[in-house]
Design a protein. Sequence first.
Length: 172
Amino acid sequence: MPQFLSDPTQKRSNKDCGEKFLSLPGAGCRESAMRNLLSVIAFCAFLGACSSAEKYAANQSATERWLGGKQGSADVRVSGTWEEVQSGWGGPATFVQHGSRISGVLGRYSAKGVLNGSTVYLALESSGWTYYTAVLKKHGDRLGGFYSSSVPFSSSNQGDLNLRRIPGPSGN
């Protein structure tokens, strides 16, 4: 059983309470341990916040490098509304094309991408984080290819992604 000192200005030995990270005069072993635990938790939360910001920045940087390396001249138009051939994305896709750059939505995700010839390269994001990348080829009224949960795209964890254009008033 630890011996508690009656004079709060006296230092406790390591034998009384174990090593101290933060100790205040007059605080018992239990209070010091709780203060130490709370300090460690606060420090870890701070590191986690920094780490999250760095992870988001790295994710966005990888996305921009991947898309930038794929951009070329656009040989096709993909502006308009597209429906999913298979379900799972949460709704239709709507793309707006400006030259060889694309923006829009695919189901629950914001989409940004580039064209190179008839190939579409997409990054699918939510809350500033790129969750999926996709490589699609345009064939008539269809966009078909694959998506990956990797940035940049990886064929080692790909799934099918197929869209069909919904004809609009402009004849798209």
